[in-house]
Design a protein around this ligand. Structure first.
Ligand code: WQD
Length: 340
């Protein structure tokens, strides 16, 4: 059974990927420092898997601690791949605390690549982001769309990390890397055992929307309705987190058949939806109204972006199985199953 180290494996996308790895016959090992994830995620994983995966509590920015964890993991057994999720990812917060983002996101990536070299691991999947495109000239964006000046420190750390990985491959290390550029991950595992657990007030649209619908928060503020879009609100490509998790398995499988490489893949649905369209879809799907108001724009937001996913379909043999309504239904189911 192929063993895969998953840094940030207790996080939102990481935990759903653990499930899909096990479902596909991999043996995942979770590395997490729980700085941005709650330990209760492990109970959720156990409820779904009927066993608790191997977990190493470690901060990937601490190289010696990371190497010690790898020593423990590799005692007598090899590691067949690494999926590197561990990073901070709140666009807004990153503009307020850039040094926290640069030190964490970049140092952890350098350290995990050093560990890959030290422990002879070549298959490497990196959690990147559509924010590397900034506000593209034309949409949908494909992987040849120029990476533009990032609109936030968060987006810039993803650009820098993609370049670090590319340079590492160019230096001659036989790394086989897939850079997965996520669009907007939403939804939750249909079991209701795991989902998005933002600490504090949610930055992202869907967790705030479901908490407002549950009347746990003030009404949703729609950040601006004066954008150059059909209804004036921003357009994004919202992808079910389970589809995203399955793409990581497809990327690992693809890497298994490759030689040295470093390839980027857009992971979205290929469809854009505005904030108001998402809100209406939620109300239609759940029958629950979303208390909301129109407010001013949020700094750093771009008007519209959605993905051209033909490369992932062609090369990885991957495509989305769920639609927006499926994701909103599962997000609401998760909201109702979590007690604050
Ligand atoms: C979506 C839309 C807001 C909250 C995310 C991730 C980022 C990256 C890209 C992976 C925007 C609007 C939001 C609210 C609102 N993904 N909104 N009221 O900014 O596209 O970035 O996807 O790397 O990590 O953060 O997502 O959910 O914050 O916003 O109107 O209370 O919803 O203006 O148009 P964003 P988001």
């Amino acid at each position: 059974m192929k063993r895969v180290v998953v840094t940030g494996g207790a996080g939102y996308i990481g935990s759903h990927t653990i499930i899909e790895l096990v479902n596909s016959g991999y043996s995942p090992i979770v590395l997490d420092n729980f700085s941005n994830a709650k330990r209760e995620v492990l109970a959720g994983l156990k409820a779904i898997l009927e066993f608790e995966p191997h977990v190493e509590e470690v901060d990937c920015t601490d190289r010696s601690a990371l190497f010690s964890a790898f020593e423990r993991i590799t005692s007598g057994e090899t590691i067949d791949g690494i999926i590197h999720f561990a990073a901070f990812k709140a666009v807004g917060e990153s503009t307020l605390m850039p040094l926290k983002y640069y030190s964490n996101n970049i140092a952890s990536t350098v350290n995990i690549l050093e560990a890959a070299k030290r422990f002879d691991v070549s298959d490497f999947v990196f959690s990147s982001s559509c924010t590397v495109y900034g506000q593209p000239e034309t949409i949908p964006v494909d992987e040849s769309t120029p990476v533009r000046g990032a609109d936030s420190p968060y987006g810039y750390t993803k650009q820098v990390c993609e370049r670090i990985i590319t340079d590492f491959v160019r230096s001659g290390y036989p790394l086989k890397a897939a850079l997965l550029r996520y669009f907007n991950p939403i939804g939750a595992h249909p079991s209701g055992h795991i989902g998005e657990l933002p600490l504090g007030t949610p930055d992202n649209l869907i967790p705030y929307l479901t908490q407002a619908a549950a009347q746990l928060r003030e009404p949703l503020t729609v950040f601006g309705n004066d954008y150059p879009t059909p209804d004036g609100t921003c357009i994004r490509d919202y992808i079910h987190v389970l589809d995203l998790a399955k793409a990581h398995v497809a990327a690992l499988n693809w890497l298994g058949g490759q030689g040295t490489t470093c390839e980027a893949f857009n992971l979205g649905t290929g469809q854009g939806h505005s904030v108001l369209e998402v809100m209406r879809a939620f109300e239609r799907t759940t029958g629950v109204p979303v208390p909301h108001r129109i407010g001013p724009r949020r700094t750093g937001d771009i008007a519209a972006i959605f993905a051209d996913t033909s490369k992932a379909r062609r090369e990885l043999g991957w495509s989305c199985q769920f639609n927006l309504e499926d994701a909103l239904r599962d997000a609401w189911n998760w909201q109702q199953s979590t007690v604050d």
